[in-house]
Ligand binder design. Sequence first.
Ligand SMILES: [Zn+2]
Length: 358
Amino acid sequence: MIRIDVSKIKNWELIKEKHSEWYYKKIFPQIGIAIEKIEKKYQDNESNQKVTYENQDIVKRYIDLLKKIKSEGKKFVIKENLFFDYKIDEINFLSKIMKKEKKKKSILEEMFLLFKINKKYLPHKLFSYDEFPNHTREWNRHKLLSLTEIEICPYCQRNYISSFEENDDKRTTADLDHFYPKSLYPFLALSLYNFIPSCQICNSRFKGTKDTYNSVYPYEESFDDLGAKFKTSKEIIYEILGEKDSEFFVNINYGNLKDEDNKKVQNSVSNLGLDKVYKKSHNQYIKDLLDNIEKYPEKYLESCVEIFDEYYKDDIKKEIVIKYFIDIIKEPYRKRIENGEPLAKLTKDIFDEFKIKI
Ligand SMILES: [Zn+2]
């Protein structure tokens, strides 16, 4: 997983401005109304026999959350600190009462029925992602994604996510993933710092609605920052380079991670299926990479023996020429790492593992 460095996104301020304005006009007015209506019903029900202390508390804490959201004004959807000053217990509590499973009511929804509160003030309606249009209007999902200019999925760094134009409108092949899923954290369904431009494989095939609370959050850190590395089996690769064909796998090495980061990285790997998609898919790429650097320069020099006759006979000169060729061969890999192209991290980690300087 790659870090999304917003300081490098030149349109980030524009995105924030457009997104908060859209929210302020379209969604924000409803929040004040919701607080008023819910509070009224809450007070009306104080004498209701069925209303226990626990029930009251659930509604009360939802009202408190809405008040916090309202006090942020138009800035709520562009806030970096998604969970305000809440401690882990409160965050768990909120996701527990809001958790929405297929055809099953959330705990909060049950409370709304008990208190006879209109469903439209439930968090998944109030902050409904469906309100954020796909295209045609002034501000939409495609425009946001295109303005980020993120071209490669930050979760897997395998797939391109490209923007294109169609009928004079911006379109993109990317999904807009909700890092904290809508089914557990519906009040974050429209928050900019909960949006991750990603490929469809990562978003739909693997991540789905899994709880990501304790996992690596790309706006803050990456696997590389934390010290997680791709690793092959050195011995087997050398065997392959020596023409003996053996199977090998790419693993993720958690050895250098601090205890508190270990679980987070493991959760991200398993949520996104990164261990599975990297395991064997890029074996040919790794073999070619090592083969190019380890063997090609010498072979090339051999084939140019006539031109480089003088060099070939002199061991010191030969070494200089081989080093020079290695450097030429490394260049595209160096660029791949520098530009963050697909498989950049895999390439960097393989270089590290085989102690190849770039
Ligand atoms: Zn992906």
